[in-house]
Design a protein around this ligand. Structure first.
Ligand code: SF4
Ligand code: FES
Length: 675
């Protein structure tokens, strides 16, 4: 569809300008609550979508499309969190406080003047249409032709929410708005326009009383450098315009605005459903997720479904406490006092890590877990984003940081305990890995509660698990109980009993996963044009060489050191009589990928090629993980691969994932920082 061309009907004359600081603070706090709620709602829908063709109900092509929708929903949610950060700076600039509180969901349509229900719903046609309505530009922005297309969608959304809306109104007694100030805005665009009037009407010299150094610094917040420091009227108006531009795109063509992104997803979904109906082949991209799952009924809302399955309930509790911890840390970050620059960076990175490597995988895990096997068979739960505790500012630096350390340790131990369940989704391992590492990062360097003591305790908890690597579906390598992690110089990298190692090549925290694979839409599929996984045999007079080109990591050890036997880019690759037997055997034993083996007198000597070594993961410079010592490898679709040594892709581009196929060299993969 053509992008927005401002129509002639834009009329804001009904909006009364904001004249007082108090009203402006109130409206900004409401804006923060709205942005926060929308982020949760979009994430819930993203987590409800299937991640891979192996979950059924989709072709390979459809799975790609659905992964794209997940990516869009996730990045829109991140932008909403960015808006929340921006609103926090606006609040701080005028003497208010960052606002991270919100009411539990669902919320009736009357909660905001836009008249649309705020509810945690799995992805569906109705849900995506509601998202389009949340972000719909104010009347007069779209051309008449465009408006005529979107009016029926809004009509449908309002009609479809009728029954649930009536229930919520009845239960919560929210028939009348209790807003303390005049509500004369109907869309998010008008809402922000009203806020902007406060910044343009209240005298500039009176308004900006907050200390600029108290605002969050864009340097520490990974929001594409979008966060604006608010120092005067111009910067405040620029910040508001950017928020509206990213959401509803009122001032110029903006194909990435949330409104247009959601509309594209809506159209694609409708087309895919229509095609499926025509062809008779089912298209089922959504997990059987229930709306508004809750660990218990809250005081401030109702209308959800309580999670009765005991294990799911425990994971949902873990999710809520992790979410609560992230908000506490975020609040401390936005209302910091005497933290150093390094501490602020640590706080912001840890908060982001909680969001992308703990809350995300736990949210995904919950959409795969039963909610109530007896009353709701076949239905799964989801992340309720429940507010079990009050999110309040921890005002004193030292005690706040001790509190964070204690909370992270609690989360790490609970996650580790849950991870031991055989039936738990693998996403829990991913979250456990991040929590173990975060807990260690916030622990004292030494002493009875220091890092070594914590690692020992976690190790004891996981003592019953064997050392292994699991290539998770379209996600990181999940490593259990591998003690030796090292760089290519043989220097130790601190290891935790549970680790998630990046395999998409995009993490900013290599070798560990930082959740970037979701943003990139990483897929672990093997390329159709890969070299076949096939063993060739080269019989020589003294020695027979076995070679599997399909798993060669192209490290060049053999071709560089024994070019008379191993030939770069030539066929045949091996001349088995090209050197002395000892030299050939040494080259074969030196092969890191396991592609080479040898035999004498017709009998393979695999035992000699497979050496007895400590299980070790070596992160090679700008190259693959080199695994030695026989760490079993399992992925979600095949049984264990038992090899003493092998190389695993780390750049994300291998044609033969999870194994390295040498693509890191062709794509010029480099570690951003020395490991
Ligand atoms: S991985 Fe093995 S076979 Fe491949 S180039 Fe390196 S040493 Fe040779
Ligand atoms: S960031 Fe998770 S696999 Fe790369």
């Amino acid at each position: 569809m053509a992008q927005s061309v401002p129509g002639p009907r834009l009329d804001r004359s009904h909006i009364t300008p904001v004249k007082t600081r108090e009203e402006l603070i109130y409206l900004l706090s409401r804006a923060a609550e709205l942005e926060h709620s929308l982020a949760c709602i979009y994430l819930f829908a993203a987590y409800s979508l299937k991640n891979d063709v192996s979950e059924g109900g989709m072709t390979g092509e459809q799975a790609e499309m659905v992964r794209d929708w997940r990516r869009h929903l996730n990045s829109t949610a991140v932008e909403e969190m960015g808006h929340l950060a921006q609103v926090s700076n606006l609040l701080t600039a005028i003497g208010g406080a960052p606002h991270f509180k919100r009411t539990n969901l669902p919320l009736p349509a009357s909660a905001y003047p836009f008249g649309i229900l705020l509810s945690l719903e799995p992805f569906s046609q109705e849900t995506i249409e509601r998202f389009v309505c949340y972000e719909m530009p104010e009347l007069g922005i779209l051309s008449d032709e465009q408006q005529a297309l979107f009016d029926p969608i809004r009509e449908r959304v309002l009609t479809s929410q009728g029954a649930i809306q009536a229930d919520l109104e009845k239960e919560m007694g929210a028939e009348e708005s209790l807003e303390p100030f005049e509500v004369d805005f109907k869309t998010v665009g008008e809402f922000y326009h009203k806020i902007e009037t406060g910044f343009t009407q209240i005298p500039e010299e009176d308004l900006f009383i907050g200390p600029p150094e108290a605002q969050a610094n864009a340097r520490f917040v990974d929001l594409k450098g979008d966060l604006i420091s608010i120092v005067d009227r111009a910067s405040a108006c620029a910040a508001i315009e950017r928020i509206v531009e990213q959401g509803e795109a009122p001032t110029s063509d903006h194909p990435d605005a949330h409104f247009w992104v959601f509309d594209r997803v809506r159209t694609q979904y409708a087309e895919a459903v229509a095609q499926a109906q025509q062809s008779g082949v089912a298209f089922e991209p959504v997990r059987p997720v229930i709306s508004n799952p809750m660990t218990h009924f809250y005081d401030d809302t109702s209308g959800g479904t309580v999670i009765r399955d005991p294990l799911t309930h425990e994971v949902a509790d873990l999710f809520n406490v992790a979410y609560d911890t992230m908000l506490l840390m975020l609040l401390r970050f936005f209302a910091h006092t005497d933290e150093t620059e390094a501490e602020l960076e640590h706080l912001s990175r840890s908060t982001l890590r909680l969001m992308t490597t703990v809350i995300r995988p736990l949210g995904e895990a919950l959409t795969k877990m039963p909610i109530d096997q007896s009353a709701l068979p076949g239905k799964t739960a989801g992340p309720g984003f429940g507010y079990n505790r009050d999110v309040h500012l921890l005002p004193h630096k030292q005690s706040a940081w001790i509190f964070f350390g204690e909370r992270l340790w609690h989360l790490a131990t609970v996650a580790t305990k849950l991870r031991l369940h055989a039936s738990i989704p693998t996403e829990l391992q991913e979250a456990t890995a991040a929590l173990q590492d975060l807990a260690c990062q916030f622990a004292p360097a030494e002493g009875p509660h220091g890092v070594a003591a914590k690692v020992a305790e976690l190790k004891a908890m996981e003592a019953g698990l064997r050392c292994s690597i699991q290539a998770s579906l379209n996600g990181p390598y999940l490593v259990t109980n591998a003690e030796h992690l090292q760089n290519s110089r043989g220097e130790r990298i601190p290891a935790r009993p549970q680790m998630a190692l990046c395999r998409c090549g995009g993490s900013a925290n290599k070798p560990f996963c930082d959740g970037t694979h979701t943003r990139l839409g990483f897929t672990d599929k093997k390329a159709p044009d890969r070299v076949p996984d096939r063993r060739d045999t080269y019989i020589g007079e003294q020695v027979t060489v076995f070679d599997n080109r399909g798993i060669c990591a192209h490290s060049g050890f053999c071709t560089d050191n024994l070019a008379a036997v191993f030939h770069v880019g030539q066929d045949p690759f091996v001349t088995p009589n090209g050197a002395r037997m000892e030299a050939i055997i040494a080259a074969v034993r030196n092969c890191p990928s396991g592609a080479l083996s040898y035999g004498i007198s017709g009998e393979e000597r695999r035992d000699d090629v497979d050496q007895v070594r400590e299980p070790t993961i070596t992160v090679s410079k700008d190259g693959p993980y080199r695994i030695t010592g026989g760490i079993p490898l399992a992925d979600e679709l095949s049984s264990d691969e038992q090899r003493e040594h092998y190389s695993l892709c780390r750049c994300g581009q291998s044609k033969n994932k999870p194994f390295c196929s040498g693509m890191h060299w062709y794509v010029n993969f480099h570690d951003d920082q020395p490991l």
